[in-house]
Structure formats: C-alpha cells, structure tokens
Design a protein around this ligand. Structure first.
Ligand code: GLN
Length: 277
C-alpha cells in the first residue's frame, strides 16, 4: 500500500475509535514505522510501504484504537524539547508540566541543588539539569520500576550530577536543597473513573490518585519540605486547575511566603510556588 492510502486508513480507524487527534497520531505512527518525516509523507505520498512496514503500522494503529497511549506505543515522548523514554511504570510527561519546569528555571541558578519528589520518568528533574549549569539533582520515587526508567532517561541525556532514591516522599531523602519541585498525584479518587481511557487505564494509578480531596500529597510534602530547605529555598508544585487556592493555603499555613499561582496556556491555574524563610 502507498503512504497516503494507509495513512488515510489509519486516520479513519482512529477516528472511529473516538480519538481526538486521529490525524496527528496516524501520522506520527507512520513516521515511526517508515523512519520518515512529515515532508516525505506529503511529497512522496505514492511511495509504497514494504510488507513488513504495512504489518507493523496496522498493528500500531490497532493498539492505538484500543486507546493505548501513543507515547506507550512509541515508547518515548517529547518534553521540553528532549526525548524521554516512557512506559506503564511512569506517568507520561504532559505539556502542562512544561509550565512547571519553565517557572522553576526562572529561579534556578548555577550550582543549586534540586530535589524532585515523585520523579517518575525524571522528566522534570532531568530537564532542569539539562538547561542549567553545575546543578545537582536528586529524584525520589516510591516506585522502583519508575526509577529504572528515570535512570535510563538520565543516561540517555548524559545527566551527570543526578542520583535517584527509592523513597516514600522524604523517607530516604537526605540533605538540603535550594529548590524542591513536585508534580504529585492530585486527582480526587472519585474523579479517576471519569478520566480518558489512556490516562485511567495506562498511567500508574499511584501517580494520579491524590486521595479524597486530591490534596493529600500537598499536605504531606509541604510539611516535610521545610526540613530540607535552607532560608530562601523554594517549593514548586504542579497543581490541578481548581487547586490554586487550596494549595496556596496549605503552603501559607506551613509558613511559606511570597506564594504565587501561575497559569497555563489555557488560562488555568497550573503551578503554585513559594519561599521558605
Ligand atoms: N495532569 C494529569 C492529568 O490530568 C494528572 C497528573 C497528576 O496527578 N499529577 O491526567
């Protein structure tokens, strides 16, 4: 079959499965299978796939139509202009989380120490290290398998000053950090069933479920973060879009100052941060 023809077939199968980004996903899968880029696809639409490529592509379309996340089928995703390995053991990096990284970068100076609580794929910590000089990073996660993925990503990005600890929040974390960052699980337990199948069935539950009111981990982390922050140290969170007030309140109660809420590109609250004096 030709590129154009099989691509159309892919789009229509994904549309039928209710996938919003059907055209984009069908194209990215075709690019992956054929090792081409977008231009080749348009300019050489009449090019024939090999039998093997055809089989591979249709299999990937079948998986995507079953609502397996595109990132899982590709085994990787882009975040902050970098490529990260992803799998079922880690939350797929989201564009929303780039807002968190970009906010931290405004305050990050050379040589700082950064702690990432619930590091998952490592995308937040490793991006911060990649775009700074001489900073040291510690990524903590309760999941050993998530840490395996984070370490793989650290290797691929040649991150040098980074270490990962298996730790339930701060349990095995030692030392002081000028910056503590976290994208903790923040979905209310009762809302999880309403999420898209790609999220509720394929992202780790333990990376989504923020307890009855979604705020469980903000309370836990904010209380303990103070022990690991020097005066002037900062705590940054990604939040759910309705949690700005509540998370600011938790930080204020715990003695953080200069608390700010940052919006994402949709105008929704996405990041809260504050300083410990
Ligand atoms: N942003 C994710 C979602 O909307 C949730 C990630 C999290 O709980 N930290 O699915």
């Amino acid at each position: 079959m030709q590129y154009q023809e099989i691509y159309k077939q892919g789009v229509s199968a994904l549309k039928k499965a209710g996938i919003e980004e059907a055209s984009l996903d069908a194209r990215l899968l075709l690019e992956e299978v054929c090792g081409t880029d977008r231009t080749a696809l348009y300019v050489h639409g009449e090019k024939e796939l090999t039998g093997q490529q055809e089989k591979e592509y249709l299999e990937k379309i079948r998986l995507r139509a079953e609502r397996i996340p595109l990132q899982h089928i590709l085994g990787k995703t882009e975040f902050m202009g970098l490529t990260f390995l992803v799998n079922r053991d880690v939350l797929c990096p989201r564009p929303d989380t780039e807002i968190l990284v970009e906010e931290v970068m405004k305050y990050l100076h050379d040589g700082m120490r950064i702690l990432d609580i619930g590091t998952g794929s490592g995308c937040i910590l490793l991006s911060l290290l990649h775009y700074s000089n001489d900073c040291q990073g510690v990524g903590a996660d309760i999941s050993e398998s998530a840490l395996r993925t984070a370490k793989g990503n650290a290797e691929r990005l040649s991150a040098e000053q980074v270490c990962f600890v298996e730790s339930n929040l701060f349990e095995h974390v030692e030392g002081q950090f000028e910056i503590i960052v976290s994208n903790p699980p923040y979905i209310k337990s009762s809302d999880i069933e309403d999420l898209m199948p790609e999220v509720k069935d394929h992202d780790p539950r333990s990376a989504l479920d923020g307890g009855e009111d979604g705020l469980f981990f903000y309370r836990k982390i904010t209380g303990r973060a103070k022990e690991h922050l020097p005066g002037g140290g900062m705590l940054f969170y990604e939040i759910g879009c309705e949690q700005g007030k509540a998370v600011s309140g938790i930080m204020e109660e715990q003695g953080f100052r200069d608390i700010q809420i940052v919006k994402d590109f949709s105008g929704l609250d996405r990041v809260v941060f504050g300083t410990w004096y």
